[in-house]
Every structure is written in C-alpha cells, then in structure tokens.
Design a binder for this molecule. Structure first.
Ligand SMILES: Nc1nc2c(ncn2[C@@H]2O[C@H](COP(=O)(O)OP(=O)(O)OP(=O)(O)O)[C@@H](O)[C@H]2O)c(=O)[nH]1
Ligand SMILES: [Mg+2]
Length: 278
C-alpha cells in the first residue's frame, strides 16, 4: 500500500517550523533565522520514498496583523490549514506557551499532533504534547514521520501528488531570493529585518555560468545604509554567502550582483506585496 497526503506545519513565529521542514526533507527548503516572522508564504517540502509521499506545508508564524504583509501572511496560514490530512502544531520547547496559544491549538480543526520542538535546549515547563523532538540533533524526527503516516490515506498504486524527484514547489529563483534574505536577517539587527524583501531582477543562464541581479528592498534610507554597511562590508558578506548557496544549487558558477533600494512603506502597498509573491 502507498500513502500520500498533505501535512501543515503551524505555530508561533520562531517555534522551529522551517528548521523541522529542512530536517525532515534533508535539503534547505525554507530559510531559518533567530528573528521571528522569517517565513512569509507557504512553502512546500516534499518527502518521497517507495512507500509514501508526504507534502509538508511550512507556514508563516501565527501573529497579530499590523500591516498588509502580516495580513497576507495570516491568510497563507489559513489557506494551508484548509484541506490538509494532518496539522502539526509546533510548540517552542524552550518557551512557556501562553493562554492565547493554547486556545489557538484547541480550535484547530481536523487531525492534529502537538509537536514540542528544541528538546536539546533546557525546557521551561512541561506541556502536554504528542511528540518531542529536536531539529538540531535530529532526535525523534524519524519517529515523527512514522507517526504522520498513520494519518495519511492509503492507495493501491503509487499516487504521487508531485513528481517523485521534486523536494519543493518553489523555483530556484525563489530559493535564491530567500537565501539572500536569510543572510541579511543574520547580519542585521532587530530593527531592519522585518522591512526587507528580495526581488530577483535578472536571471540569465549560460552553459557554465549564471548571472543573477537582485534588489534588496528596505523601507528607509537609514536601513539602506545599514544593509550596505561600512565601506560596503555587510552587503559584500551577504553576497558572498548567497552566491555560495546559489552556485551549489545550480551546480554552476554564479555572478551575483546585489542592489539596495528604498521603497517607503512597501509592506502596506498591495501591488508590491503581491509582486513579491507573498
Ligand atoms: N537549539 C535549537 N534551536 C532550534 C531548533 N529548531 C529551530 N531552532 C532555532 O529557532 C530559531 C527559529 O527557527 P525557524 O525554523 O526559523 O522558526 P519558524 O517557526 O520557521 O519561524 P517563522 O518562520 O518566523 O515563523 C532559529 O534560530 C533556529 O536555529 C532546535 O531543534 N534546537
Ligand atoms: Mg519559518
């Protein structure tokens, strides 16, 4: 018998959803950062074996909407929850959940598993859950996959939802834009990251080299200066690391050019939020 189905990963910002997705798939599908609200849209990670195909849907962290981008992100969470075979609610094992979070869990419709993350860190409080795991050490990640299989429908033949060689629904362009954003999040302080977006403006592939130009969009002149850094050092470092990733992904030499652009209040501009694919 072959099993196939959809599983959503839901939880507060920073709970460890994208880290778990990457640990399960074994590839870098979704970017990860210590700053909350890293993931902005639903990202599929696909795990295929001879016996099953599980399509995981990583979602933005559940939070209150302050602007149009936040609203778009929460809409993504709601749409991910519709029609999945199972919802994994991730509770950050290094934090104490609040009432609001526990209430949210109660209202999730359909089958669900409560997954406590980050077991390699000291736990603050014992909270009831179905499984505890660490994406960092890999502890219990396989066990979670086994548990998930119990909830998926069975088929007589191999019912692939996606071609078996796919591990994500996202394009290389998207993955590279996200990688640039991740490196920027890593290198910048708390104030700048939420207002950053990355847009690939040129992607030109030749036989042995790929030329990529990308804009890092930010909200204020002041932020632009911070992204560029002293004598261009920060932007250069973002570029060096993102280029390495792109080159590995494409298996080709990559020429990456980064530009920083200010677009005031873009998170409230419907066309911009839409163009960026959120
Ligand atoms: N020690 C430890 N840290 C972890 C683990 N899983 C995730 N983290 C860290 O927790 C932070 C948030 O991880 P993410 O995977 O980006 O969390 P997320 O839930 O996807 O966050 P959003 O996209 O903002 O909603 C990062 O700094 C991770 O390195 C874990 O198992 N152990
Ligand atoms: Mg995430």
């Amino acid at each position: 018998m072959f099993k196939a189905g959809y599983v959503a990963l839901v939880g507060r910002p920073n709970a460890g959803k994208s880290s778990l997705l990457n640990a399960i798939i074994g590839e870098k599908v979704a970017i990860v950062s210590s700053k909350p609200q890293t993931t902005r849209d639903n990202i599929l990670g696909i795990l295929t074996t001879d016996d099953y195909q599980i399509v995981f849907v990583d979602t933005p962290g559940v939070h209150h909407s302050k602007n149009l981008l936040d609203k778009a992100m929460m809409k993504n969470v709601r749409s991910a929850l519709a029609g999945v075979d199972l919802t994994l609610y991730l509770l950050d094992g290094s934090k104490t959940p609040d009432e609001e979070e526990l209430e949210y869990i109660k209202h999730i419709e359909g089958e669900k598993l409560i997954v406590k993350t980050k077991t390699d860190l000291p736990k603050l409080k014992d909270v009831e859950c179905d499984i505890e795991l660490s994406s960092k050490t890999g502890e219990n990640v396989d066990k979670l996959v086994e548990k998930i299989l119990q909830f998926l429908p069975e088929y007589d033949e191999k019912m692939y939802i996606y071609p078996p060689e796919y591990y994500t629904d996202k394009s290389v362009k998207f993955l590279i834009a996200e990688e640039i954003r991740e490196k920027a999040l890593e290198l910048l302080n708390q104030e700048v990251p939420h207002g950053i977006a990355v847009e690939i403006i040129r992607f030109y592939e030749e036989e042995d080299i790929v030329y990529i130009d990308a804009d890092i969009v930010c909200e204020q002149e002041r932020h632009k200066g911070m992204i560029i850094g002293k004598a261009g050092a920060t932007l250069k470092q973002i570029g060096v690391e993102a280029r390495k990733f792109a080159s590995g992904l494409l298996d080709k030499k990559v020429m990456l050019k980064l530009f920083v652009k200010v677009e005031k209040d873009w998170r409230n501009k419907p066309q911009k939020v839409k163009n960026l694919g959120y």
